[in-house]
Design a protein around this ligand. Sequence first.
Ligand SMILES: CC(C)(COP(=O)(O)OP(=O)(O)OC[C@H]1O[C@@H](n2cnc3c(N)ncnc32)[C@H](O)[C@@H]1OP(=O)(O)O)[C@@H](O)C(=O)NCCC(=O)NCCS
Length: 187
Amino acid sequence: MTLGLLQPEGEIETQRLILRPMQETDIDALHLIFTDPGVTASFGIEPFSRDQMEGWLRRNLDHQSAFGYGLFSVILRESGTLIGDCGLEQMEVEGVRVAELGYDFRSQYWNRGFATEAASAVRDYAFAILRLPRLISLIRVGNLASRRVAEKVGMSLVGESMRHGTPYWTYSIEGPSKPPGESPAEP
Ligand SMILES: CC(C)(COP(=O)(O)OP(=O)(O)OC[C@H]1O[C@@H](n2cnc3c(N)ncnc32)[C@H](O)[C@@H]1OP(=O)(O)O)[C@@H](O)C(=O)NCCC(=O)NCCS
């Protein structure tokens, strides 16, 4: 397990990062991610407008209130800079509720292992603290960097599906098995 120190405020510390619950005041830093040409190209979308960014952030804050967890803002410890987001989002896939593990980072910080470090900590938090039974990641077919992160956190390809006309790989990982008689927590 690579779970970093879990602070009372709900923060997770890893070797180089702090993952802390997202806040309304993160909007400007988050907007830098979702207007980053590398990030928007990965999603095949236009850069977010301010309205879109506010809506995205509002949905995550509402998710945090509803479920007690959501996407974290990822802060680089050495500088205090918000460089990405990583966390969990409830969704329904083929009629089943499941938590998705997601991550987005500003392109100037890519390929230094930050997404893997953050996603590994969220995986451990999801299984050890939230006791979720399973995590998935839905990855746009062809997003090789995201696929590699999923592989590095221990996920396996379990399927491919169309969402809104776009093909996605489904990566999945099961939590550790529970002692007999102990049922896994519902997501
Ligand atoms: C996906 C993303 C979060 C990865 O962040 P990151 O911090 O660079 O990830 P890491 O450094 O931990 O790992 C990246 C891995 O992908 C590999 N990689 C990067 N680009 C690649 C490419 N074009 N083809 C194959 N592998 C690639 C890297 O070599 C590295 O693997 P390695 O450690 O085995 O060498 C980042 O690229 C991103 O924010 N992309 C835009 C948003 C996005 O796609 N989010 C995911 C939605 S499902």
